[in-house]
Design a protein around this ligand. Sequence first.
Ligand SMILES: [Zn+2]
Length: 196
Amino acid sequence: MLRALIVVDVQKDFCEGGSVPVKGGADRAAAIAELLRRSGGQYAFVVATRDHHIDPGSHFSENPDFQDSFPVHCVVGSEGGEFHPDFVPAVDSGQVDEVVFKGAHSASKSGFEGFTQDGTTLADWLKARDVTDLDIVGIATDHCVKATAMDGVRAGFAVRVLLDYTAGVALDTTQAAVDELRRAGVALSGAPVVVA
Ligand SMILES: [Zn+2]
């Protein structure tokens, strides 16, 4: 059994001060960096996903519904698309083995829709390294974390979401996401973090 940690979208635009801010996002960025510092080799690999938009069509809207359409965010080359500064040291110190970019020309909530810089999908990257189990953390619980976890199950991985290391947009949608994940066979640890 080889376990990887998937860190979903810990980017400036999804944290306080960003264009689609999730309350508690910055705090979770720091917590995830701490999780990596003291993980003591329990993860064979760590992969971070990034929302990485060029022209994602109706995913961007001036009148967003915050379900399928959102204000402009995580545009390629923009500051908002960068990793949150509290997570950057984990990347710069080499604790993150690979970065997966998603959403260039469409909405892509799941990390499994993304590609590494050399064009490998997340599932292929993990399977080439004999990874069987995934722990998933990041932002937002009720959007990209949920979508990534659901796709992880579909791709044949044993998936666990570490809820203490996620941030949700709203209580009702986060609770619905947790229920959906549980029904799909995703293991859950901790309690969902939703900052009112
Ligand atoms: Zn997006």
